[in-house]
Design a protein around this ligand. Sequence first.
Ligand SMILES: O=c1nc[nH]c2c1ncn2[C@H]1C[C@H](O)[C@@H](COP(=O)(O)OP(=O)(O)OP(=O)(O)O)O1
Ligand SMILES: [Mg+2]
Length: 211
Amino acid sequence: MKILVATTNEGKLREIKSILSDLDVELLSLKDMDNIIDVEEDRKTFLENAIKKATQYANFYKLPVIAEDSGLEVDALEGYPGVYSARFYSIDYGGKVEDESLSKDEKNNLKLLKLLEGKQNRKGRYKTVVVYYDPEKAVGIWTEGVCEGEIGKKPEGSGGFGYDPIFIPEGYDKTMAQLPPEEKNKISHRGKALNKLKELLIKIGVVKVGN
Ligand SMILES: O=c1nc[nH]c2c1ncn2[C@H]1C[C@H](O)[C@@H](COP(=O)(O)OP(=O)(O)OP(=O)(O)O)O1
Ligand SMILES: [Mg+2]
């Protein structure tokens, strides 16, 4: 069976495909589709945004879909960036970063480090909500994952994506970007949520293990 991994984020796509690689399914990406629709993520929670992405993509492409909404919540910033994580650099909270020579991820990380300058409490966590939705069978499942950690003082490492160069997982003394992908997938919010989803999909007979 085919499942569309409906994300525009290459880093997420890579990790989702790797974590689900033991399933007997063909994982498609938006690049395999003839045309790409844009889903506005205007909801207040990861769950609502993930449901919106999963249902809109699934109903448009008439395929079972896995979609995800995730982000970083920082205690000293009242939980920001949260659902604004992808476009944190461009929102009013904490000011905007307009240096067009930087990538979106670099602008997000620069803004976060600036807002945390001199702050003792650097605790934060990655959160994700993953939604599986099959419009034909009217099956919808969602799972969530959290990875506790803290924000480092400067970017380190070249692995992963997004906030990984400044996110130090609990129990580690290096950033997520300094961990090999398989190690990140074992401890990450995404790995936890997708392994829960895998278990449920196998339990209800939607997928099997083995290629
Ligand atoms: O493991 C992660 N390591 C580092 N950063 C991460 C991670 N997981 C989410 N993040 C950050 C990246 C992005 O700035 C935001 C997700 O935003 P989010 O809207 O869910 O994804 P997105 O817009 O990149 O792609 P899409 O919506 O098409 O799935 O949180
Ligand atoms: Mg997004």
